[in-house]
Ligand binder design. Structure first.
Ligand SMILES: NC(=O)C1=CN([C@@H]2O[C@H](COP(=O)(O)OP(=O)(O)OC[C@H]3O[C@@H](n4cnc5c(N)ncnc54)[C@H](OP(=O)(O)O)[C@@H]3O)[C@@H](O)[C@H]2O)C=CC1
Ligand SMILES: O=C(CO)COP(=O)(O)O
Length: 318
């Protein structure tokens, strides 16, 4: 039986989707939350209003399994701690990262963090444009499943896809992970310009130049340009930079409006911008929007100053 580790919005959405094809375990670290979900058959805290089908088995005890994958659906900055706590049970297992980001302390991508903690894990990444509630409601969605081991990638594509959730396979793990991580940084930037009333044209400019920035970093890391042009890059950039359902975009909106933002809400792009900027500076990769988002989200610049910084750069060829 497949296990989803992490009963947040996305983990719950994935478990509901997978329940169409058979029983699935949804593991929550918090015993009382698991108990409440078992009783109410809803995840009121993270994905309210959507019922858990009978096939979703909520548990606070991580199932031991041989062969079936674990889907790791925790925020990027919590992934290492989540793995460390279950190192023994997860050794040698198939671990599919479902998080979007770069670890702040190490600069590592999700599958790199997994292998740093559990060296013999067999890893993959599931990423792309999808809001948890859309997946849970069975709305049509397409995602990238990237795995360096092509045979394992095919197995996972067959196991995790449903009629509504269409999976495209890739072996470019670096490209898929960087696309998913970097689009959140650009979504914060887009939210900030819309929040500050700077207009739709400014957002289109940021999305386009942000995409150029994403490709620059990803190609420098050995990713394929075609991966960035796919679901995990361009696809998720389009969704997250234009929808008020995105938490990264909402965070940007509040920065642009000068409003406070609830710190308990998961916003992957803020820490990721800092991690990416550190990496870009080391490797001499030009990432001005990532720089601006880092300055904005750490309170070093206001939106007007960040825009001045971007607009006063030397003129260049596109
Ligand atoms: N929400 C969405 O629409 C989508 C999200 N994603 C990605 O999925 C990842 C998770 O996001 P999402 O589900 O939305 O986040 P949420 O904030 O909704 O939930 C986070 C979950 O992670 C759990 N968690 C936190 N720390 C640990 C830990 N150390 N060990 C185990 N579990 C832990 C939390 O448990 P607790 O409640 O006990 O703190 C909670 O259940 C992110 O990387 C996000 O980018 C991808 C696509 C869509
Ligand atoms: O990654 C997502 C959609 O693909 C969800 O975006 P947020 O984390 O910004 O809500």
């Amino acid at each position: 039986m497949i296990t989803v580790m992490g009963a947040g919005a996305f983990g719950t959405g994935l478990a509901i989707s997978l329940a169409q094809t058979g029983p699935v375990a949804l593991w929550a670290r918090n015993r009382s939350q698991a108990e409440e979900m078992r009783t109410t058959r809803q995840n009121a805290r993270r994905l309210s209003g959507i019922d858990l089908p009978d096939h979703v088995q909520v548990t606070a005890d991580l199932p031991r399994q041989s062969g079936a994958p674990y889907l790791l659906s925790v925020p990027m900055q919590k992934l290492r701690a989540g793995l460390e706590a279950h190192k023994e049970a997860l050794a040698g297992q198939v671990l599919v990262a479902c998080c979007k980001g770069i670890e702040l302390d190490s600069g590592l991508r999700p599958t790199e963090v997994i292998r740093a903690v559990i060296p013999d894990a067999r890893t993959a990444i599931l990423t792309g444009p999808s809001f948890a509630a859309d997946i849970a409601r069975g709305l049509p969605t397409a995602l990238t499943l990237a795995c360096a081991d092509a045979t394992l990638g095919e197995d996972l594509q067959a196991q995790l896809g449903t009629t509504a959730l269409r999976l495209y396979r890739s072996t470019d793990v670096t490209g898929a992970e960087l696309g998913g991580a970097l689009k959140n940084v650009m979504a914060i930037a887009c939210g900030a310009v819309i929040g500050a009333g700077l207009g739709e044209s400014a957002r289109a400019a940021l999305m386009t130049r942000g995409f150029a920035e994403m490709c620059r970093m990803a190609e420098a890391k050995g990713a394929r340009a075609s991966t960035l042009a796919g679901l995990s890059g361009f696809g998720d950039l389009a969704l997250t930079c234009t929808s008020e359902l995105s938490r990264n975009y909402q965070f940007g909106l509040s920065l642009g409006r000068g409003e406070a933002f609830d710190p308990t809400i998961t916003v992957e792009g803020a820490a990721t911008a800092q991690a990416v900027l550190t990496e870009a500076q080391k490797a001499n990769i030009d990432m001005p929007i990532t720089h601006a988002v880092t300055a904005l989200s750490t309170g070093k610049l206001q939106v007007a100053q960040a825009m001045d910084m971007l607009l006063s750069r030397p003129q260049k060829e596109e």
